[in-house]
Design a protein around this ligand. Structure first.
Ligand code: NDP
Length: 247
């Protein structure tokens, strides 16, 4: 599983699942660009952890839903080190609430970050992949995009949209040796799920055949497979990493 000499960009790589993905890709030999939007100190901590392990990383702040910011950031990376060959679209937010009470701004923010952000980043980054005739795109989806989840019409819609985007993109880019896949985590222990109440967590446990929450490393391992040579013949797929809670 070697990414020696490859350039990787992980959106929302500063903490949570994104941080574990950054650490894994760096361990595989990639120079990893760690994206963040609001917490530069968290991105620097990820960078420090990578460098401590002997890996290479840089931090890059931009909002994935801002077309100009995405274009400028990617242009700067390409001018520094060359085309990005591995893109992990991981940045994501929740603005949960039952539909009857959900504000339009909660819908827009989640769709803009979790779905449009993937379109914007993939569109710009894939130009370099096409020139190189090699690329790996992995979109971080969610079990909510497959099973639905009360209180998450915005989030479930964005994540379900990613499945269509992943498949269509895989068809468009396959001939250039670019694979495009999704990883759909179940419930993973991060700041996002720390927000859930104890009663909700207990109820969830009952729905997970493996009987525990996943770890960020479980997701990083799935991403590692898809971007490695072992995953070279896999495209347009979703890898479900959820302890069996959705089959
Ligand atoms: P966290 O809330 O822990 O981290 C979110 C990350 O996304 C941060 O790095 C944050 O940057 C970044 N981010 C948020 N908005 C933007 C933006 N507009 N532009 C750039 N970066 C942004 O999330 P998780 O690690 O829990 O989730 C990561 C992904 O996994 C998400 O796509 C989520 O939907 C998905 N997922 C998570 C599950 C879970 O159980 N945790 C389950 C299923 C899916 P900053 O630090 O600067 O704020």
């Amino acid at each position: 599983m070697n990414l020696d000499g490859k350039i990787a960009l992980v959106t929302g790589g500063s903490r949570g699942i994104g941080r574990a993905i950054c650490l894994k890709l760096a361990e595989m030999g990639a120079l990893v660009y760690i994206n963040y939007v609001s917490r530069p100190e968290a991105a620097l901590e990820t960078q420090r952890l990578i460098e401590e392990n002997g890996g290479r990383a840089r931090s890059v702040g931009f909002d994935v839903s801002d077309s100009t910011a995405v274009t400028e950031a990617v242009k700067k990376i390409v001018s520094e080190v060359g085309p990005i060959e591995v893109l992990v679209n991981n940045a994501g937010i929740t603005r949960d609430g039952l539909m009857a009470r959900m504000k339009e701004s909660d819908w827009d923010e989640v769709i803009d970050t979790n779905l449009k952000g993937v379109f914007l980043c993939s569109k710009v980054v894939s130009r370099g992949m096409m020139k190189k005739k090699w690329g790996r795109v992995v979109n971080i989806s969610s079990v909510s995009g497959f099973a639905g989840n009360a209180g998450q019409v915005n989030y479930a819609a964005a994540k379900a949209g990613l499945t269509g985007l992943t498949k269509a993109m895989a068809r468009e880019y396959g001939s250039r040796n670019i694979t495009v896949n999704s990883v759909a985590p179940g419930y993973i222990k991060t700041e996002m799920t720390d927000l859930l109440g104890d009663d909700v967590k207990e109820q969830l446990m009952g729905e997970i055949p493996l009987g525990c929450l996943g770890t960020t490393e479980d997701i990083a391992g799935a991403v590692a497979y898809l971007v490695s040579d072992d995953g070279r013949y896999v495209t347009g797929q979703t890898l479900h990493v959820n302890g069996g809670m959705y089959m």
